[in-house]
Design a binder for this molecule. Structure first.
Ligand code: SDX
Length: 428
């Protein structure tokens, strides 16, 4: 709280509202009493100027291209940390000591298996079901199996549910891929790292041992870290809103997965690679740039633009460097990467993109790497959901523990018909 106020003058009456300041970033003015005092709502479709909560987990400065997780810059975490360490940091607020990290990693490893009956859920899907459809269904169904961790008023149950979700997402995602290619599911192997275990469950087969390629494991770990959390984005806000009603954590994360699937959000990584493939060659780029600029054409450059970043997305910079590194180390030359780099170069020198401050986002280069590793395009958003689960459960825990939290219930500007009387069908 500061001693500053923002005063709204309405019909000659001044209405002061307290200004709250955080540790860094924009101040807010508290309008919780606005409707009771003035009978007016604020109006902010898409929440472009609205702080929905207080949070200490992730800070983004969109103008400076800064992304901090509990104060640590994303590029430092991507370079030096592991996904388990970042998960602990997001959940508990501090980098773990070695004994804490070992204990957390061991705990997560004890939850990597699914209830055996959940295997039958996969059999109900068509083999060509989109992996995100399977993720929505299976994650939501977890609440039918893990009743002993659905009481959100019990901090211990909240943490068990959080551990279960973080631990089981790789198993669920890998099984979705296996089901789509008609191969048998592999059980988790807890002698491997979190990322190595996921790679083995995805690409291994029972017929032979699977050796985790350290280049791929390092790239996958970095990709997971880059996707772990991102302030109050659409899917995180969905998880918070679902959680505000007291819904169980598995249902809340399933809601987040559903929201992430959209092409304007997490679905953009799949759409971006499909777009780059459709462009096909650098000679076709001008045509697509023109389409992206054409107000009458719904086409957008997928993987470009961001609600918050009006400068570069720091994750995209790390992702671009990782794409170069991985393709070189795997000795893969992918013309799509050349198209992506040339598209970025041309777009960033075009007045339209400059004035609208459109830069590559986290989704622009990720698909090139995931494709090189061997994931089908349809799996890209499922990987985003796997990684973002640590952010979702951290934000969900923070919301439940927030003494100010209450059920989210926005209002509206009503523009429909005013009251009128019913007319029998014979008189219409
Ligand atoms: C993610 O919120 C997060 O933090 C999300 C995320 C996370 O980690 O959780 O970072 C992950 O979702 C990244 C974004 C992935 N989506 C895409 O790449 C899809 C393509 N991008 C856009 O659809 C768009 O940029 C959004 C959805 C990302 C942001 O949209 P905004 O903030 O609502 O901006 P807008 O749609 O109002 O666009 C502003 C202007 C518009 O032009 P005008 O109407 O002002 O004339 O920029 C134009 C848009 O037409 N524009 C684009 C464009 N993105 C915006 N024009 C061409 N190509 C694009 N990609």
């Amino acid at each position: 709280m500061t001693d500053k106020t923002v005063t709204l003058a309405i019909d000659g009456t001044n209405h002061p509202y307290p200004v709250l300041e955080g540790s860094v970033g924009p101040e807010v003015f508290d309008v919780r009493k606005l409707y009771n005092e003035t009978g007016m709502f604020t109006y902010d479709p898409g929440y472009t100027s609205t702080a929905s909560c207080q949070s200490a987990i992730t800070y983004i400065d969109g103008e400076k291209g800064i992304l901090l997780h509990r104060g640590y810059p994303i590029d430092q975490l991507a370079e030096n940390s592991t996904f388990m360490e970042v998960a602990y940091l997001l959940l508990h607020g501090e980098l773990p000591k070695k004994v804490e990290l070992d204990d957390f990693t061991w705990t997560i490893s004890r939850h990597t298996m699914l209830h055996e009956q959940l295997m039958t859920f996969y059999r109900g899907f068509r083999r060509d079901a989109h992996p995100m459809a399977i993720m929505c269904g299976v994650v939501g169904a977890l609440s039918a199996f893990y009743h002993d961790s659905t009481d959100i008023t019990d901090p211990e149950q909240r943490m068990i549910a959080s551990h279960r979700l973080i631990a089981k997402m790789p198993t669920i995602a890998a099984m979705a891929h296996k089901y789509s290619v008609g191969q048998p599911f592999l059980y988790p192997d807890n002698s491997l790292t979190y990322t190595g275990n996921f790679l083995r469950m995805t690409f291994g087969v029972p017929a032979e041992p699977y050796h985790v390629n350290p280049v791929i494991e390092r790239a996958m770990r970095r990709i997971f870290i880059l996707h772990a959390d991102h302030e109050q984005n659409a899917s995180t806000s969905t998880v918070r809103l679902a959680g505000s009603s007291g819904a169980n954590p598995f249902a809340c994360i399933a809601a987040g997965i559903a929201c992430l699937w959209g092409p304007a959000h997490g679905g953009a990584n799949e759409a971006a690679l499909n777009m780059l493939r459709e462009i096909g060659h650098t000679s076709n780029i001008p045509k697509y740039i023109a389409r992206a600029k054409d107000k009458d054409d719904p086409f957008r450059l997928m993987g470009f633009g961001h609600r918050v970043y009006k400068n570069f997305d720091p994750r995209a910079k790390v992702m671009k460097a990782t794409a170069d590194e991985v393709l070189k180390e795997l000795n893969i030359s992918d013309p799509v990467l050349d198209v992506a780099k040339e598209l970025e170069r041309i777009a960033l020198s075009d007045d339209y993109f400059i004035e609208k401050k459109l830069y590559p986002n986290v989704d622009f280069y990720s698909g090139v790497i995931l494709n090189a590793i061997g994931f089908p395009t349809e799996m890209f958003t499922a990987l985003f959901a796997l990684a973002r689960t640590v952010g979702w459960v951290a934000q969900w825990n923070e919301m439940i523990s927030d003494p100010e939290q209450k059920i989210g219930r926005p209002r509206q500007l009503y523009v429909g018909a005013t009251q009128r009387n019913y007319v029998p069908v014979g008189k219409r």
